[in-house]
Design a protein. Structure first.
Length: 304
């Protein structure tokens, strides 16, 4: 009997049937396992999509124009920059994390948004307290919705300080910058003093007590109204043109307390070349300011 006859005979089929049945059962189990794995993967993918949707609603760009989702690379760079400025890596990591949570909380509860990228905001909020300003008087030139000042109050209070905030802003209904069109804010909220007061209230008594001066920082009347003290912190975030920044730096020379910290926002941002141009020119002349360094598009200076 040849091999083909052997395999096709009735006796052979009976003998081989248990083996074939075993193979069939194993194949069937494997197919069921593959199907189960495929279903598990599908369910996992759906769960990830739901989680991503939730994350996007909380941290995505809707309502603020920029995402607050953090990536490892930029975060690690910010830790290094803040640590270089403060001289303390652990404190830098701690303050950046605290600032991030505060940013998310303020934009969740407040009116409008905080202007700027996530690392930029966290860099400013995290660094200023670590530089140990000589007093707790804070001047913010250009505030948008007041949320940054609310956040800075909280960060200073976490260091056991008692911040007193003064804000200068024209409150023109929209964010103003030379050479850019007037358009509604991504948040949909008008830029006005009422919104600022609402957000400052989130910072408690110090926010409610904040002093607000409506006007442009170069106006003599505006300057006279708030030049009654020397400021430990001055945040320059108004007119981003070279001329506007130069004027704000000249004013800061007059009103910064000895040892005071001056923060120049959007420094090094290619969209605003006038800021770096103005600072370079200012530091090349006679000045009280020493350049300390930068953290995510913010330059930090200290007054003598």
């Amino acid at each position: 009997m040849n091999s083909r006859s052997l395999l096709t005979s009735s006796v052979s089929r009976r003998l081989l049937r248990p083996v074939a049945d075993l193979i069939d059962r194993r194949i069937d189990r494997r197919l069921r396992t593959v199907a189960a794995d495929r279903e598990a993967l599908r369910e996992t993918a759906e769960a990830v999509k739901r989680q991503q949707l939730t994350l996007d609603l909380l941290l995505g760009p809707s309502g603020r124009g920029l995402s607050r989702i953090v990536s490892p690379g930029p975060l690690n760079r910010l830790h290094a920059e803040v640590a270089e400025l403060a001289g303390d890596r652990d404190a830098a990591v701690r303050n950046v994390a605290t600032a991030y949570r505060l940013l998310v909380a303020l934009e969740s509860l407040g009116t409008g948004r905080i202007a700027g990228g996530t690392m930029n905001i966290c860099g400013k909020l995290g660094t200023i307290p670590l530089l140990d300003p000589p007093n707790d008087e804070i001047l913010e030139i250009g505030t948008l919705y007041g949320m940054f000042s609310a956040g800075l109050i909280r960060m200073m209070e976490r260091d056991g300080r008692s911040p007193s905030v003064t804000i200068v802003d024209p409150f023109a209904g929209v964010q103003l910058q030379p050479g850019t069109p007037r358009r509604s804010d991504p948040s949909g909220t008008p830029v006005d003093e009422h919104a600022v007061r609402t957000n400052l209230a989130l910072a408690g008594p110090a926010g409610t007590a904040a002093r607000i001066q409506r006007g442009f920082s170069e106006d003599p009347g505006t300057r006279a109204a708030v030049s009654d003290r020397r400021y430990g912190v001055i945040v320059v975030d108004g007119d981003h043109s070279a001329e506007g920044v130069a004027k704000d730096l000249e004013w800061a020379e007059e009103i910064a307390a000895p040892g005071g910290i001056v923060v120049l926002d959007d420094f090094g941002d290619p969209k605003w070349p006038g800021i770096e141009e103005a600072l370079d020119k200012h530091l090349a002349g006679t000045t009280r300011f020493t350049y300390l360094g930068k953290a995510s598009l913010s330059a930090f200076l200290r007054a003598s």
